[in-house]
Design a binder for this molecule. Structure first.
Ligand code: GDP
Ligand code: MG
Ligand code: ZN
Length: 353
């Protein structure tokens, strides 16, 4: 089922940003396998001797075909599904599960209810929502001031995704060391706008270390979906926090991404000091594929107070008569900055791109 890796398209290289995390994940699993052989035998014996059907709680960190890897405490247990669970519900990465030991392996016997899911992403194209991952605490959107201006439209697009899926979202503006005084003034205004929407905004620099500690606190013990265009410094920030992760920095193209486009859908990458990053190749599509254009306005939380009052129920807030959103922008009750971003995202939904 492996298809040839498409040629990297140069600038639009969202794929590479996760390939280094991929590698880190693989190393972790390998390390666990060599470390855990003896321990696991012991655990297996113990489970055979003692409470045979006792289940243990774990969390799915990867899934490939019918096979799962489940983090149970410090151990990674290869698991499969029992007949009765198969077909009933398909567990995904991030699910909290109950497993029962069966020798060195485990059997998934139950899936706990999900807090939320990431499902809007599709590699195949529009209208192909799939559940990719579950129980995500936050969406961390990394932007950078170089090239200026930061890609605020992308930020808004990801914020919309967060709204749809019910994730808390956070903005991180990296490469702050490169900002000029004029740019700083402009960005400050935009920061204030997002903060007024209850979206926290952080400033970081992987070069000077500015804000990196706070960034680390943000990720600690949480399950985070890390978003943002390639080159903004996601890997660099993680490397400053966790040099042992040793992630590749700079432009890495897909040729190095061994094992991409396998049936593995998403992974959880465990951070050395607690917490997980959700690593999903599909995330590069920025997943608003299955949003109806007329629903986009609802993803903009600042639009919501006005939405019920448009003349047309399916108003796109474009140029329809009696549109309350446009009126609010004209009256200065809604940010024109956000509205312009909205128009760009809408145009992507309507016309593709
Ligand atoms: N000046 C400066 N450069 C940075 C900073 N963070 C990352 N970079 C550089 O930006 C480039 C892309 O960084 P990388 O971490 O690979 O970005 P990613 O694609 O988001 O993972 C690299 O050349 C980094 O050295 C920063 O805070 N300041
Ligand atoms: Mg990277
Ligand atoms: Zn309207």
């Amino acid at each position: 089922m492996t298809s040839p890796a498409p040629v990297d398209s140069g600038g639009n290289d969202y794929d590479e940003k996760y390939s280094d995390l991929d590698e880190f994940h693989a190393k972790e699993v390998a390390r666990d396998q060599s470390r855990g052989k003896r321990g696991r035998k012991r655990a297996a014996l113990k489970s055979q001797r003692g409470s045979k059907n006792k289940s243990e709680k774990g969390r799915i960190i990867s899934r490939s075909r019918g096979k799962y890897k489940v983090q149970v405490g410090e151990e990674i247990v290869p698991c499969f599904i029992k007949g009765s669970l198969a077909g009933f519900e398909s567990p995904v990465v991030g699910d909290y599960v109950q497993i029962q030991r069966d020798g060195p392996r485990g059997v998934l016997v139950a899936v706990e209810p999900r807090e939320n899911v990431l499902s809007r992403i599709s590699e195949e194209g529009r209208n192909q929502a799939r559940t990719l991952a579950a129980n995500i605490d936050q969406l961390v959107i990394v932007l950078s001031v170089q090239p200026f201006p930061p890609r605020w439209v992308l930020a808004d697009r990801l914020l919309c995704l967060g709204e749809l899926e019910g994730f808390d979202s956070i903005l991180v503006i990296n490469k702050w060391d490169l900002i000029s005084p004029e740019e700083e003034e402009e960005v400050e205004e935009i920061e204030a706008l997002y903060r007024s929407l209850d979206i926290p905004v952080y400033r970081t620099s992987a070069s000077t270390g500015l804000g990196v500690e706070e960034f680390g606190e943000l990720l600690k013990d949480k399950t985070s979906l890390l978003g943002g265009h390639s080159g903004v410094g996601k890997s660099s920030l993680l490397n400053v926090l966790h040099p042992e992760m040793d992630l590749a920095v700079g432009h890495v193209n897909r040729a190095t991404g061994k094992g991409r486009h396998t049936t593995t859908l998403a992974k959880l990458v465990r951070l050395p000091n607690g917490g997980y990053l959700v690593d999903t190749p599909g995330f590069r599509e920025f997943g608003l594929g299955d949003v109806e254009p007329a629903e986009l306005g609802r993803c903009y939380k600042d639009f919501r107070p006005f939405l019920g009052s448009c003349r047309f129920k399916n108003c796109l807030h474009l140029d329809e008569p009696g549109c309350r959103v446009v009126e609010a922008v004209e009256d200065g009750d809604l940010s024109n900055f956000r509205y312009q971003n909205y128009l760009q995202i809408l145009s992507g939904l309507l016309y593709g791109g």
